[in-house]
Ligand binder design. Sequence first.
Ligand SMILES: Nc1nc2c(ncn2[C@@H]2O[C@H](COP(=O)(O)OP(=O)(O)OP(=O)(O)O)[C@@H](O)[C@H]2O)c(=O)[nH]1
Ligand SMILES: O=C([O-])CC(=O)C(=O)O
Ligand SMILES: [Mn+2]
Length: 591
Amino acid sequence: MKFTNQKVVNWLDEWIALMQPERSVILDDSQETRDQLVSALMERGTLRALNPDLRPGSYLACSDPRDVARLESRTLICSHSEEDAGPTNNWRDPAETREMMRGFYKGSMVGRTMYVIPFSMGEVGSPFALYGIEITDSAYVALSMMTMATVGEEVLKAIDASGSFVPAVHSVGYPLAGREDIAWPCNPEDTYIVHFPETREIWSYGSGYGGNALLGKKCLALRIASVAARDDGWLAEHMLILKLTSPKNEVYYVTGAFPSACGKTNLAMLVPTRPGWKAETVGDDIAWLRRGEDGRLWAVNPEMGFFGVAPGTSVKTNPVAMATIAKNTIFTNCALTADGDIWWEGMTEEVPEGLTDWQGKPYTGDGPAAHPNARFTVSIYEAPNLAPERDGVPISAILFGGRRSTLVPLVTEARSWEHGVFLGSVMASETTAAAEGAVGRVRRDPFAMLPFCGYNMADYFGHWLSMAEEDPQALPKIYLVNWFRRGADGRFVWPGYGENVRVLSWIIDRLEGRVEGIDTPLGRIPKVKDLDVDGLELGDDAFDHLFSMNVNELKEEVESIREHYARFGDHLPKGLAAELEEFERAVHADS
Ligand SMILES: Nc1nc2c(ncn2[C@@H]2O[C@H](COP(=O)(O)OP(=O)(O)OP(=O)(O)O)[C@@H](O)[C@H]2O)c(=O)[nH]1
Ligand SMILES: O=C([O-])CC(=O)C(=O)O
Ligand SMILES: [Mn+2]
């Protein structure tokens, strides 16, 4: 395999000259290449093979404890003008940032192999696919990219023919000049994940962690793609895609935008607890959506793998995930059992004897054995419930959700597309271990895209509104969901997971006009009789706990949204300012 396209060849030559790798290889998607990467990683101690009788074809990687999550403070949007990055992104001057980064990249691959990875997000040959070439000095990243994206000769040919690709540069920033390699090379002090939206380039340095280093995922398929989507009239979203078949045999496709570690993979792998329902996974993290010729919104999952949160995953909560990761999986920062399998908090009720924690020490019961952001990387084809549809599904409903202990009801229906965009734009959630920083703090995370929108977030709101300029009736209905309300005892009120089908069932009843809702300031909630809670032990007043909205909290929410919106100045679409007024009016009318 070789590139002949002069643009590609020149680009590669330029980076090879700067980073000075010992050798460079173009990655194909063969088993042989996979095996070679695995042996290299095992030799270095990055990967350790799990017990083949318990977890065939699977490996555990334990990272440097400083390199365990996305680094939002080091994620930069270097647009020409600061205004285009908007107030929610970290903007830096592109020319200065290029200079700083070139300084880091100089000689950064000395003594290492540069892997050149032609990859496609989306089906190769589809007009909607985006191609990239990631160059990296991490065999772990190369192996993970082979799982998460489409790689290999077919992509290389497509790129070579067109010369069109997103250049994606990655180095762990640990050159081997006069030193030995280590199991998890990284460079936390100088870590930056940089995006140049106008020229559609990605430069990442210093981290080997998924979201910072597998550049097809968050960097390309969301940050760069969101800019392309704005320019070309589509949407690049942090969304799962679920196929749902009702007991009446009607098929619905639903997407859901929940912030990191807030339940996308779990909803995508839903095992319905109600009879007659069937659920299949189309995608678990990213959806690209376009208006079809029929006016409907069609979604594709541009990824080929799952990079899922391990803790909390169990046979009880997510049997589909447990089946998916039964073999051929790379685990990162999980604990190791005495018999050579992996373990994490929540996998079983009892902590197994003789655990080794994620940092390779005998587990003493102090803190978690697996890192809270421990992950599994596995091909989507390992999922037993994978939907066959890979080239676009028509969406009936969009869910927005997050972790809110109070205020936000289990489910509400937006009154219109505009109202739905309002609900998306004010989404808030308690922070999780998926990014650096404190966990459990409520922050606004519009559309679950706060860390992933490659341009001014308020312009992005406007772009969402613009989708309804034509044929709004054909668009999906929008719902706000919250599986995470807590009762007085501090525990989740709603059982969640497979029981979430009860909420989806109400949503479908609404789509079909079979039931009515009750208007509240946040949208329409179900009537008690219409939400199926048969057989659930919810306790007294559960409906109240799931749906009540405290007036004082609502008033605080109005003020907090006002502050949130004020950050955007003139960029805030007028339609949303009007929705906020309407919300405020409803809150006061209610009190
Ligand atoms: N209580 C409760 N917890 C849930 C539910 N769904 C998911 N979780 C937990 O939330 C955590 C994250 O869930 P995921 O489904 O992996 O979240 P995600 O949105 O795919 O996360 P990213 O991969 O970071 O984008 C896990 O520990 C789950 O067990 C639910 O319905 N109820
Ligand atoms: O990108 C990552 O590292 C993992 C992920 O899905 C997220 O944080 O949303
Ligand atoms: Mn995600």
